[in-house]
Design a protein around this ligand. Structure first.
Ligand code: HEC
Length: 123
């Protein structure tokens, strides 16, 4: 009986490639779905607030950005879970917010890829 040995290094290389692919997808998806209104550069607010170091940031907390009262008065942090809920259905998560016209992203994998990309943009 032969056993096929897969070297540990090959498995690591594979999962590293999968991770890199997810991050690349995340960047593309961000460019398509978010970049009209957001950058990830500190201080660079457009129609939407910049998303530099958004994971862990308090909602509605950037100085100098005119948030809706919904986000300005929000009392939570952008954890990965909260981001996922917000990107699924912004109006359900934070009723009355101004992130329009953005109806949400139905695909769980797309949301995860965007959030992984955002997690990489400063902390
Ligand atoms: C049509 C423009 C537009 C698009 C497209 C858009 N956003 Fe926004 N986003 C906004 C606006 C405007 C706000 C501020 C909303 C408010 O004050 O109620 C916002 C707020 C946010 C916030 C809260 C930031 C904070 O400081 O609390 C996050 C997180 C966010 N957007 C992520 C995203 C992501 C990720 C995408 C792409 C999947 C996206 N947005 C697509 C306009 C947009």
């Amino acid at each position: 009986m032969h056993r096929i040995a897969i070297p540990f290094a090959a498995i690591c290389a594979l999962s590293g490639a999968a991770l890199a692919e997810e991050q690349q997808d995340g960047q593309l998806l961000f460019n398509n779905a978010c970049r009209t209104c957001h950058t990830t550069d500190e201080g660079d607010n457009r129609l939407g607030p910049n998303l530099h170091a958004i994971v862990g940031r308090k909602a509605g907390s950037l100085e100098g950005f005119a948030y809706s009262s919904s986000l300005a008065n929000a009392d939570f942090e952008w954890t990965k879970d909260n981001l996922d809920r917000f990107l699924t259905d912004p109006q359900a998560m934070a009723p009355g917010n101004n992130m329009k016209p953005f109806a949400g992203l139905a695909d769980e994998k797309d949301r995860a890829a965007i959030i992984a990309f955002l997690e990489d943009q400063g902390s």
